[in-house]
Ligand binder design. Structure first.
Ligand SMILES: Nc1ncnc2c1ncn2[C@@H]1O[C@H](COP(=O)(O)OP(=O)(O)OP(=O)(O)O)[C@@H](O)[C@H]1O
Ligand SMILES: O=C(O)[C@H](O)CO
Length: 527
């Protein structure tokens, strides 16, 4: 965590020099739409797999420095990895550790090497003479026989290590599906049925991974236990709100403390406990773990877990870019969750607050915003801090404000259209911004940092208060598209797709980033 703390140093934005520089920049800068896109790109760039590994792993001769600790390299280094961003992480790690690496195995998504090559991302691929074996699997993000084979190779490598060895473990989102090791007597199919049904019933990632840990040999600290007595250093790129080590990729290096009752509660809640196969019930029996699963006594003694990239870091990088572009940044929260309807309402209210024509924004507005906080995962403290910045801006007239947030809202699918949560959020916020009370030239962007929003080619979209008029003039019925969850089709048809955000696959994943740009008060239409 030291890296995060060091990286999250606060920006001194009150300085008069900064203020005049910012207003100078804001006058000469391009449109808010362009700047919102540049801010999003900076967020993604800041958490590229090679960059986060380089930032956290330092080598000086035969010393490897990581997470504030030093390890001696004596041709004793092994590497394993699993997750969507792990190939780029492995390529950079190998460049750093060089010949000290004896061998490695990474489990990465099906087709990723071809995709990265086609997108010109060769730096995320391994060299021809690499000592790391790349195994692809988990087609469509579902554990399959290929991924199970990869998990077996990873388990074998870890199990053969001695106390002289150092195991570098690279972990990122998607790691759960890429490291399936069903606890016997359960089959992969039986395990997959349980997780698939849970996901379809709307279980959160916390619930899903709590169950996955209980059904797996390697999750919930199992893999670190296999590597015992070797020293394990896990470099983790987080795609879960709050960066909980036990949940990211189902915590293969973190001893799981959840009890069978907790798992049963989740299965009961989603009405699955009555239809489980006997093998699953067997695995969930109390004391099963102590008999079959190698239960770690104290995994943490020989494991160092370091979060090297997260939504927070992406937002910090976005914030720095905003300053460069003459914007005044304020980070609302990296933990936005809840239904996209509530989240869009929050952004609508915040822009209404910033743009309200009265001398002071009405207190009812602040009260409504604070009331919405718990529904969208934002603490009152963060909301108050953000509202204060918006009030100060109104009084002192700085340049445009760049409100930043991140997380993973949810969409309740009711239709059969093509879309994703980012495009649906952008569409809903566009509607909010189009209402007369809010219209003040604000621009909103929502994008998935992996470059893919739902099953579409776009990462997200950019909207503003002109959206409604633009759609109507082109004969597009926004409500119809929303009812059918057809946001990608909507944005593709609107103005030749100019509002879509299309960075292509980015090779990283720290959930979503939201950017709302509010123009300076002087340009707003105050009455
Ligand atoms: N037509 C649609 N409109 C809106 N949202 C959709 C639509 N189809 C799927 N989704 C949403 O997209 C999400 C899945 O998309 P995606 O593959 O980007 O997920 P993810 O959570 O980012 O995965 P990962 O974290 O593994 O990258 C789900 O939350 C789902 O509800
Ligand atoms: O792999 C997983 O479990 C999810 O991406 C969360 O980390």
């Amino acid at each position: 965590m030291a890296q995060i703390v060091a990286f999250s140093r606060s920006l001194h934005l009150q300085h008069p020099l900064w203020v005049s520089l910012a207003s100078l920049c804001s006058r000469s800068m391009s449109s808010l739409d362009t700047r919102a896109r540049a801010v999003f790109s900076a967020a993604v760039e800041g958490v590229q797999p090679d960059i986060v590994v380089r930032r956290s792993l330092e080598r000086h001769g035969d010393k490897l420095l990581v997470g504030g600790q030093s390890f001696t390299l004596t041709n004793n280094l092994y590497l394993v990895g699993f997750g969507k961003a792990v190939l780029g992480m492995a390529a950079e790690a190998e460049r750093i550790v060089g010949d000290h690496l004896i061998k490695g195995v990474v489990s990465v998504p099906h087709g990723i090497q071809k995709t990265l090559r086609n997108h010109g991302k060769e730096k995320m691929l391994l060299e021809n003479n690499s000592r790391i074996t790349v195994m692809e699997g988990a087609k469509n993000n579902l554990p399959d026989a290929d991924a199970q084979k990869s998990a077996e190779c990873i388990r074998e490598l870890a199990s053969g290590l001695t106390e002289k060895d150092l195991l570098l473990m690279l972990i990122s989102g998607g790691g759960s599906a890429l490291l399936p090791a069903p606890a016997p007597p359960m089959s992969l199919q039986e395990k997959q049925d349980v997780t698939r049904k849970l996901a379809a019933a709307g279980a959160t990632i916390q619930e899903l991974n709590t169950v996955r840990r209980a059904l797996s040999l390697l999750k919930g600290g199992g893999l670190a236990q296999c590597a015992n007595p070797a020293q394990v250093v896990a470099l983790i790129l987080s795609d879960v709100i709050g960066d909980p080590l036990d949940l990211i990729a189902s915590g293969p290096t973190v001893r799981s403390d959840s009890k069978p009752e907790e798992v049963w509660d989740i299965l009961d809640h989603y009405k699955l406990s009555g239809c489980l196969p006997s093998s699953v019930k067997e695995v969930l029996r109390p004391h099963y773990g102590s008999q079959v699963k190698k239960q770690p006594e104290e995994v943490k003694d020989h494991v160092l877990n370091v979060v090297i990239g997260s939504n927070t870091i992406a937002l910090e990088c976005a914030s720095c870019k905003a300053v460069e572009l003459g914007l005044r940044p304020v980070i609302l929260s990296p933990g936005i969750c809840g239904d996209v309807r509530s989240v869009s309402r929050l952004y609508g209210l915040l822009s209404r607050f910033a743009c309200s024509p009265e001398k002071e924004p009405p207190p009812e507005l602040s009260a409504e915003i604070l009331q919405l906080g718990p529904e969208v995962g934002v603490e009152s403290w963060d909301l108050c801090r953000t509202l204060n910045v918006l009030v100060e801006e109104r009084k002192e007239g700085w340049g445009a404000t760049c409100l930043l947030a991140g997380g993973e809202p949810t969409v309740q699918l009711t239709g059969k259209g093509r879309g994703g949560r980012n495009q649906e959020l952008a569409l809903r916020v566009g509607l909010e911004l189009s209402s007369d009370e809010v219209k003040c030239g604000a621009v909103f962007l929502s994008g998935g940092t992996d470059g893919q929003d739902g099953p579409t080619e776009a990462a997200g979209a950019v909207t503003d208060g002109e959206l409604m008029e633009e759609a109507t003039s082109q004969g597009l019925d926004i409500d119809g598209f929303l009812t059918n969850n057809d946001s990608f089709t909507f944005f593709s048809q609107l103005s030749e797709g100019r509002r879509l955000l299309m960075p292509g696959l980015t090779g990283t994943n720290v959930m979503d980033v939201h950017v709302m740009l509010l123009p300076p008060s002087a340009q707003r239409d105050f009455q």
